[in-house]
Design a protein around this ligand. Sequence first.
Ligand code: BES
Ligand code: MN
Ligand code: ZN
Length: 508
Amino acid sequence: MTDALKLGFGPFNVPAKGVLVVFCDDGLRFGSASAKALGSATGLVARAAKAERFTGKSGASLDLIMPEGLTVSRLAVIGVGKVAELTAKDFLKLGGMALGKLPAAATDGTIFADLPGAAKGGAKSGPMTAEQAADLALGARLRAYKFDRYKTKKKDDDTTAARRTVTIATADVTAARKAFAARDTTADGIELARDLVNEPANVLYPDEFARRTLALKKLGVAVEVFDVKAMKKLGMNALLGVSQGSAHDGRMVVMRWNGGKKNDAPLAFIGKGVCFDTGGISIKPAAGMEDMKGDMAGAACVVGLMHALAARKAKVNAVGLIGCVENMPDGNAQRPGDIVKSMSGQTIEIINTDAEGRLVLADVLWYAAKRFKPKFMIDLATLTGAIIVALGQEYAGMFTNNDELSHRLHLSGEATGELVWRMPLNPAYDKMLDSKFADMKHTGGSRWGGAITAAQFIQRFVADKTPWVHLDIAGTGFDSRLTDINKSWGSGWGVRLLDKLVADYYEK
Ligand code: BES
Ligand code: MN
Ligand code: ZN
């Protein structure tokens, strides 16, 4: 759900009203268009900066209300630090910060896509490139996202009946609009993913999740929904064991986008879709358990990505597969000690029913490799608390059997700001999964290296040596800290990363 925001591009005209946002560097220098716009207010800005000790450092800002010499109601100056050090992801952040300068009630805002000196990959002076201006717009759009579907009372500052209009002033309006078009569809995918993560589990249970993916059909995506009977037939007992303690049946959804050559092997994206994770019989403590409505962030990302690819008619074949279940403790729930036979034929001894995500992935990954023989598989899962201990909320953990994919994802991460950090796989960790009773246990039995043993487990279900990446997004899929480009909770993490990966390396 987006805040009513009308986002557009226009030339460098000084707005008559509303809020004007300009950028300056850490020498308090402005781009030429900004300097011209400030005109006689320049001295006032310098005095205010001095009084407020504003030096244009990255992340700092200065607000002037009803500035003399301008007719706008507010002038916001945002510091960017050193212009030469700015990269693509910084423009996203700046766009988010700029939007944050518009009080909700203000109808008009104008953001000058203009800098003093040149940014990396930028023009020699002044105006931002079309790409940079478009990134600014994307950041503003993501910042404006709100999930307030369940708030029945409007807030005082939210009295806007009218939509707010935000104009990004830029040197080449046509080029900026064009550059933004591709980002706009990515933003649709991100917002879709955020909506899914933010929805409570009484609304978004597996069947409802599956229903929501049907909307992708409008974009030309083929959608198949597998119910319990269909999954039983396939032998997906690892996944089904997780959902057997819930009143809501599990579902698997397969989404196919064929924008590439007819016989090209598809790229496969697989998501953990645990709509709520109580831990099952190995029940979780009460504190913070509400966050486990977001335990389907991996699946949400896959759906958002499929949306983004289809909406921009990506020249690639891609499949998205999500395993949707609810992990609940009831009389029929799976027990520690139970042994299940996965679709692969391998048997699994259940140790801790709270390690449910890997069981879901085991069957869906196996199915994905066997049915589609994909070029690669990337799975996303809010899999372990251990990855949060290791990496916090800045990086997702990356495990892979393929160095080239690792390198490409690393670069896509640096470019988008959705960062991944490679973690090890090693037979010594794999050995920790040996079981007395079955082909394997499903946890390492120790907290040490918990994210790694989880990845080792999943690797046992990667059929035919398919190139594979596992992204543990437990720390990044939702974010209660709130950032410059996300004021909700569900982050939509991974949509930009994977959209970029596809665009840079797999579209011809
Ligand atoms: N969904 C959780 C992991 C998680 C924790 C995601 C916090 C996001 C935030 C997962 O199913 C889980 O419970 N993992 C256990 C595994 C353990 C029982 C081996 C964990 O990490 O404690
Ligand atoms: Mn769990
Ligand atoms: Zn879980």
